[in-house]
Ligand binder design. Structure first.
Ligand code: NAD
Length: 289
């Protein structure tokens, strides 16, 4: 068994504890055993699990794994501390707020011989899997992905990073991209912000990615992908899968810990993660003018 600690007990942290307490039967996730959680606030037991300090988690030999579920702005320091201590890390996306930091952390994980996994539940949803099947083999002419959502909570950072799930969709669907232009419009008094990134596929097909956040905006993804043979103007309505998306991610992470994931797959995943963070960096840079 691999002992695990969960750092940050918000929405994601709660789910991680829940899933370790009731893992998918006969899956690698059964090998994880939750030993405690870390919070900045003194808290009572959560789902029967006790609070421990960061120092204790870093030094305990029976804790080999950490789930970093804090706000985006503190991921980097927390990941580094766990990796330095020789622990495997699963971090909720985005891994870091710069590409450079993610490269350093990947290198550190490699030096220490541990796994650094970035969760990407957005790739595991039934609607995304169906969309990917629906467009397989079609040739993109142009497309857009427009996300709207409520105001970001403090500590969740720049739109290009907090919205990395949408960028990851585009990269997973259409391959590596480049950024030609990016703008950010902000109305601080209204807590409103909108980022528009103009992207190109490797065969020069334009894609537009918009992230728009403000009070009361519904959490919606609007897509419009024009292909040589058809147009996709809404997400497919796929039935929810019996295994939840965080559990699917935990099974993948635990599979990596058990050495069950082929090296080519690990390399491709790391390349995609770093590519998306590099694009986010570039979008941020261009949007500052
Ligand atoms: P949240 O605000 O509900 O939870 C964050 C928690 O971390 C809070 O309880 C906060 O007090 C705690 N925290 C922050 N810094 C800490 C520290 N130094 N030590 C201990 N605890 C600390 O946010 P969330 O929705 O759970 O998101 C957490 C992370 O998960 C983010 O990176 C987010 O991008 C990612 N994520 C969330 C979801 C989701 O469905 N909620 C999905 C995918 C990814």
């Amino acid at each position: 068994m691999l002992g695990a600690v969960v750092m940050g007990v918000g929405t994601a942290g709660f789910v991680r504890i829940r899933d370790m307490l009731a893992p998918l039967p006969s899956s690698p996730a059964e090998k994880l055993s939750v030993k405690g959680f870390i919070s900045r606030r003194p808290l009572e037991e959560q789902q029967g699990v006790s609070q421990i300090s960061l120092e204790e988690a870093l030094s305990r030999k029976d804790i080999q794994v950490a789930f970093v579920c804090t706000e985006n702005a503190c991921h980097e320091d927390n990941i580094r501390a766990f990796l330095q201590a020789g622990k495997h890390v699963c971090v909720e996306y985005p891994m870091t707020m710069t590409h450079k930091a993610a490269v350093e952390l990947q290198d550190l994980a490699q030096q220490k011989g541990v796994v650094l996994h970035e969760e990407h539940i957005e790739l595991l949803t039934a609607d995304f899997k169906q969309l990917k099947k629906d467009i397989a083999g079609k040739k993109l002419e142009e497309g857009s992905l427009h996300f709207t959502g409520g105001t970001l909570k403090p500590g969740f950072g720049l739109l290009a990073f907090s919205g990395i799930a949408r960028l990851t969709w585009l990269v997973d669907l259409f391959g590596e991209l480049s950024v030609t232009k990016a703008t950010v419009e902000e109305q601080t008094d209204k807590n409103y912000t909108k980022m528009t990134a103009h992207l190109l596929t490797s065969d020069n097909r334009p894609l537009t990615w918009v992230e728009e956040r403000g009070p009361g905006l519904p959490r919606v993804k609007n897509v419009n992908f024009r292909f040589d043979t058809c147009e996709v103007t809404k997400l497919p309505a796929a039935a929810r899968e019996p295994v939840g998306i965080f559990m699917q991610d935990m099974v993948m992470f635990a599979g990596k810990l058990l050495g069950q994931v082929p090296p080519e797959q690990l390399e491709a995943e790391t390349r995609r993660v770093l590519h998306c963070l590099e694009l986010a960096d570039r979008i941020h840079e261009l949007s500052r003018g």
